[in-house]
Design a protein around this ligand. Structure first.
Ligand code: NAD
Length: 330
């Protein structure tokens, strides 16, 4: 099946492109490279179209040239703090550009859409069980931008029969086990790559934000989901829509939480190196615990994460960082 992967030169998109290829699909990447890497597309040997979602004629042209049956949409800005100081940037890229894409798809008669949503649409958890029925009250423009797209998707389904699967990711982590592709953000804000950058001497150390949370060791707890398990959820989403399945918004996480301290201990164990750790105050807007209840996707898609322990996830990230942890020439 032909699948247009918007944002496919980025972290999660590129891993999904790789799995699409492995499973016999024909992915095509559309990416403006604001955060992605053409080198990822080159390594995966997939058709690559450089283009911005804000450029409507370009988006229409790519759809007309390739005639994909499904569009996967990973392209967005995703720095929570930046979204607070620059909301315009976030609403334009994450909402307006997504509308451009949906309208171009609708005009071209393409009716299957798979969207990267986020647990940030829930905001601060009001109860421990973070399932899909948990109230959605985002606490920053990034979360709101994804929430807005979710609302648009419901309306586009109702009015234009555009079917969607929106996957609410928890914390994506890890990389390809062979180290061909991996996570390369600049700036990097995710804990595992930040710690691994410290291990390879790319930063002086790691800061832990808050040690007095109401969690077993006082540090924040998150649900780390391997990027290949996320990729698999996307493939299953295609199968769901192809089988005539209804539009769905589904959590995508392991259901298991790990604290910041646990992650750092695991990084030290996997790499065999000691980290320089600084303990700082809490960061505003960090909920103590974010762990998915992901029963729906398991039942509906038969999805099951292959990586259920933290250590193998960190090991795949380490494979990438041992090779430098970047596509950029040093
Ligand atoms: N990484 C996570 O843990 C996580 C968690 C929840 C949700 N998400 C969501 O998943 C998606 C992918 O995340 P990621 O970590 O792979 O991000 P990423 O920055 O690595 O990838 C995004 C890609 O989109 C491209 N892009 C951005 N704006 C574009 C535009 N206007 N036109 C064309 N291309 C554009 C970038 O160049 C980049 O290659 C994002 O939508 C993000 O909000 C990520």
């Amino acid at each position: 099946m032909k699948v247009l992967v918007v944002g496919g030169a980025g972290y999660i998109g590129s891993h999904t492109v790789r799995l699409l290829q492995k499973e016999g699909h024909q992915p095509i990447i559309l990416d403006n490279l604001c955060a992605g890497h053409e080198e990822a597309a080159r390594r995966l040997k997939v058709p690559f179209e450089k283009g911005d979602l804000g450029d409507i004629p370009r988006v229409k042209g790519v759809l007309a040239d390739h005639r994909p049956e499904v569009v996967m949409h990973f392209a967005a800005f995703a720095l929570v703090g930046e979204s607070v100081t620059q909301p315009k940037k976030y609403y334009h890229n994450n909402v307006v550009s997504t509308l451009n894409l949906l309208d171009a798809m609708n005009d071209a008669g393409i009716k299957k859409f798979i969207f990267s949503s986020t647990c940030a649409t829930y905001g601060n958890p009001q109860r421990p069980a973070l399932d899909e029925t948990h109230p959605q009250k985002p606490i920053n423009p990034y979360g709101w931008s994804k929430w807005m797209v979710e609302q648009i998707l419901r309306d586009y389904d109702r009015a234009y029969e555009m079917k969607h699967v929106a996957l609410r990711y928890f914390n994506a982590a890890g990389g390809s086990p062979d180290g061909l592709i991996g996570e390369d953000h600049d700036p990097e804000t995710h804990l595992i790559p930040v710690a691994l950058q410290a291990v390879i001497g790319k930063r002086p150390g790691v800061t832990v934000f808050g040690t007095d949370y109401d969690t077993p060791d006082g540090t924040c707890v998150r649900d780390y989901i391997h990027v290949d398990d996320l990729a698999k959820a996307h493939i299953l989403a295609i199968e769901h829509l192809n089988g005539g399945g209804e539009s769905k918004m589904l959590n995508c996480g392991t259901g298991k939480g790990h604290s910041v301290k646990e992650v750092l201990d695991t990084v030290e164990r996997v790499t065999g190196r000691k980290l320089n750790v600084t303990y700082g105050p809490r960061r505003e807007g960090d909920p103590p615990v974010l762990v998915a209840v992901a029963d729906q996707i398991r039942t509906l898609f038969g999805w099951k994460p292959q990586y259920t322990e933290l250590e193998p996830i960190v090991r795949t990230a380490w494979t990438w960082f041992e090779k430098g942890g970047t596509y950029r020439p040093s």
